[in-house]
Design a protein around this ligand. Structure first.
Ligand SMILES: [Zn+2]
Length: 192
């Protein structure tokens, strides 16, 4: 996917010379003709926090935000500069839901392209509630647990849907037997 053109930057952050747009690797990049500074963009790191109560998942409704107002999402946020990724997940979840969590294993990782001006890599962690009072805060105006097979619409992020589909499959779907599914074969007569 082509990166956006950085067109909202006009001047070199090092020497304040107006930036030039140059062609590079099939895309465009802003470069300073005076000092050679090149403005590169990289995706920001986002964290999503998956908290289940039985077969229900905690989701939040987005309020007053630039993307997805009124739509539902897995509680999430950005990792701040200098912040540990799991500390960011704990902080965002507390800010948005009022609940303290222990952060568990990474559940999923996806690249997010839904907003061309804010590309991110999302890391979804499993987490366990250890205390607090459930109350929407920060970017959310409602929080609630929903059965995985009766999710609210619309969802704000396409990658949240991938994560929710994965959870639904693993939590509600039939257990997969590797031999029965044909993904794994046993060699006859092999007895180590
Ligand atoms: Zn410069």
């Amino acid at each position: 996917m082509e990166q956006s053109t950085n067109s909202h930057f006009q001047f070199c952050p090092q020497c304040a010379t107006p930036l030039d747009t140059i062609q590079r690797r099939g895309g465009t990049r802003l470069s300073c003709p005076a000092c050679g500074f090149a403005l590169r963009r990289y995706p920001v790191t986002g964290v999503g926090i998956v908290v289940l109560n039985g077969q229900k998942i905690l989701l939040g409704r987005r309020a007053r935000v630039s993307f997805g107002s009124g739509a539902w999402c897995i509680p999430c946020g950005y990792v701040e500069w200098g912040e540990d990724v799991r500390a960011a997940a704990r902080r965002e979840f507390l800010e948005e839901t009022g609940l303290n969590v222990d952060i568990g294993a990474v559940y999923a990782v996806h690249s997010n392209f839904h907003n061309p001006n804010a590309l991110t890599v999302g890391i979804w962690f499993r987490a366990t509630v250890v205390g607090g009072n459930l109350q929407a805060g920060d970017d959310l105006d409602a929080v609630d647990f929903f059965p995985l097979d009766t999710l609210p619409e619309p969802l704000a992020f396409p990658t949240d849907r991938l994560v929710l589909d994965q959870l639904k499959q693993e939590t509600l779907g039939p257990a997969t037997d590797l031999f029965a599914s044909g993904k794994l074969y046993k060699r006859a007569g092999f007895n180590p």
